[in-house]
Design a protein around this ligand. Structure first.
Ligand SMILES: [Zn+2]
Length: 104
């Protein structure tokens, strides 16, 4: 009985320190991948900053078939006003039209 209680306490302490460590600036690293910024979350996974910010903005997750577009074309400008969630095909069509307009 006491052993079980001790085990539970040790696990709780271990989880507490793990979370504390994972939240420390040492583990909050950033990196650039394909021109996009990524950050490391609490669990040590790399996530795209623009997708995280867009999810915060819309209050949910970005579903499959959708992409996050940078309005000003700057992939590193991840402020919520600069991000737009749109359907992948609409996004591709828009960029295609823009490219074509530049050439003409
Ligand atoms: Zn775009």
């Amino acid at each position: 009985m006491l052993n079980k209680l001790l085990t539970i306490i040790v696990i709780i302490i271990a989880v507490y320190f793990y979370l504390k460590l994972a939240r420390s600036p040492l583990f909050k690293k950033k990196r650039i991948v394909n021109g996009y910024e990524q950050y490391r979350d609490w669990w040590g996974r790399w996530r795209f900053t623009h997708i995280y910010n867009a999810e915060k903005k819309v209050g949910g997750r970005i579903w499959k078939g959708h992409v996050v577009h940078h309005r000003d074309g700057n992939k590193l400008n991840n402020s919520p006003e600069n991000l737009q969630v749109m359907k992948r095909w609409k996004h591709a069509r828009m960029h295609y039209a823009r490219r074509r307009n530049k050439k003409n």
